[in-house]
Write a protein that binds this ligand. Structure first.
Ligand code: NGQ
Ligand code: ZN
Length: 444
């Protein structure tokens, strides 16, 4: 692997110039030294940032982005969007799924996402019958990631019920349903098969409290913890008010409250959305060290509500970003709307920060790197020895960025770029995007 020389790079301690980055054959950074004058190697000519992890994806939904923006039904809620989404699945086979995912991951890379957590619950054939290899569609997703060149944390999802208290699934959910044993088998097999691949990791997802039971959660969490105590565990929680009300009717508690009280929610957990929390839940989630998986453009698109970011940050809460339904595949837009939602709601400015000295764009980007890496269970998000060589080179000719001093590049990128600022992308030290073009372009 040739050395890299970055004219300027965002290091854990701040911007540094003339940074020599050494990477081994497996794609790990082995040495980083600022202020070096290298004579050979690959020059990274533009501000270099660690690539952004995308901590929440349902790849198949990319193909329906924009198709659910009209309806004659006066009740235009999340729940009838979900019906449309189920209908969309009626005909989608393995080849289509793999093609959609490959195309999506290619688009993600161009947008600067270098890792993705695929929250994968589409396990069976369109008629609901299982594939011969129950992990067939999971393998399709991993193949898609490898074809596009993105790193993946594949999270096979336990989805067993149609609603709280073990309700029977509806027919639109037939492709999702498994027993806890089946999911544990899937996680075990995939984890073993991809152990040696530094671009692939396996975790576990519980679809939601709606789709599981407390006994099932206890069983699968215990089983995967015995495979790997560090394994990431993701779950959708408290996205919609209706879900909070149903959870209260079922258990007397709110979803995040229930999860925190009945499970060892630790830094390996990632709660997706966690939109509707009381102050006490917000504080408790922050203190658990788990990651809140925020998906601002999808949450806006589905009419979810706003995450309580100021309180969460006051208690030191961690978060990362996900493109979820892929209504937008654009990390700049996710970070921008995370802040703008709060500004509109509170009629204030400069909200996403933990200290008055912090720059908002800088804070959002770095927090997204850190929370994303934690949620994906991988060493990424830092240009430092021992981390994946996942980095992006910004376009120094971008009209908004051109001429900016390095310490203002992230604020400018997050709030003021209107065209894609990501020019080149490297994953595990290998170029996947050069001059805005994917080198293995499958998106055509
Ligand atoms: C999903 N997506 O699993 O794809 C969900 C909708 C549900 C988002 N909430 C379905 N963005 O929650 O039941
Ligand atoms: Zn989701």
């Amino acid at each position: 692997m040739p050395d890299f020389l970055a004219k300027a790079a965002l290091m854990p301690q701040g911007w540094a110039e003339d940074v020599l980055i050494k990477v081994d054959e497996a794609g790990w950074i082995v040495d980083v030294r600022p202020e070096q004058s290298a004579t050979s190697g690959t020059i990274l000519d533009g501000p270099v940032l660690p690539g952004m992890p995308n901590l929440h994806s349902h790849a198949f939904q990319y193909a329906m982005a924009g198709l659910a923006e009209h309806s004659e039904d006066p009740a235009n809620s999340f729940w009838n969007w979900r019906k449309t989404m189920y209908g969309f699945l009626d005909t989608l086979g393995p080849e289509e799924l793999e093609r959609i995912a490959t195309c999506l991951y290619t688009v993600m890379l161009k947008a600067g996402y270098t890792q993705v957590a695929e929250f994968h619950y589409l396990h069976h054939r369109p008629d609901g019958s299982p594939h011969e290899d129950p992990a067939h569609l999971s393998r399709c997703m991993i193949r898609a990631a490898k074809a596009a060149g993105i790193g993946i944390t594949l999270l096979p999802v336990l989805y067993a019920h149609g609603g709280f208290g073990g309700q029977a699934p509806e027919s639109g959910q037939r492709r999702f349903i498994n027993t806890p044993e089946q999911i544990v088998d899937m996680v075990t097999t995939l984890d073993r098969d991809y152990k040696a691949d530094p671009q692939v990791r396996i975790g576990l997802a519980l679809h939601s409290l709606r789709a599981t039971t407390p006994e099932m959660i206890a069983e699968v969490v215990k089983a995967v913890r015995s495979i790997n105590p560090q394994m990431p565990i993701h779950i959708h929680a408290a996205e919609q008010i209706q879900e909070v009300e149903d959870c209260k009717a079922w258990s007397g508690q709110r979803p995040v409250e229930w999860l925190l009280e009945n499970n060892d929610v630790d830094p390996h957990w990632c709660l997706i959305h966690a939109t509707h929390m009381t102050e006490e839940e917000t504080r408790a989630l922050a203190l658990s060290g788990a990651v809140a998986g925020l998906c601002p453009t999808t949450e806006a698109n589905l009419g979810d509500g706003l995450f309580n970011l100021p309180s969460y940050l006051r208690h030191g809460g961690r978060f990362g970003i996900g493109s979820d339904s892929h209504i937008s595949v654009n990390m700049v837009e996710e970070l921008r709307w995370l802040e703008y939602g709060q500004r509109l709601n509170r009629r204030q400015r400069l909200i996403a920060r933990m200290g008055l000295e912090q720059h908002i764009g800088d804070f959002l980007y770095r927090a997204g790197l850190e929370g994303g890496a934690q949620a994906l269970g991988t060493k990424t998000g830092k240009i430092a020895a021992g981390h994946r060589a996942d980095f992006i080179v910004l376009d120094k000719e971008n009209p908004s960025i051109k001429g900016r001093s390095y310490d203002l590049v992230l604020d400018t990128m997050v709030f003021a770029t209107n065209s894609n600022p990501v020019r080149d992308v490297y994953v595990g030290g290998r170029a996947v995007v050069k001059n805005f073009e994917n080198l293995r372009d499958e998106s055509a």
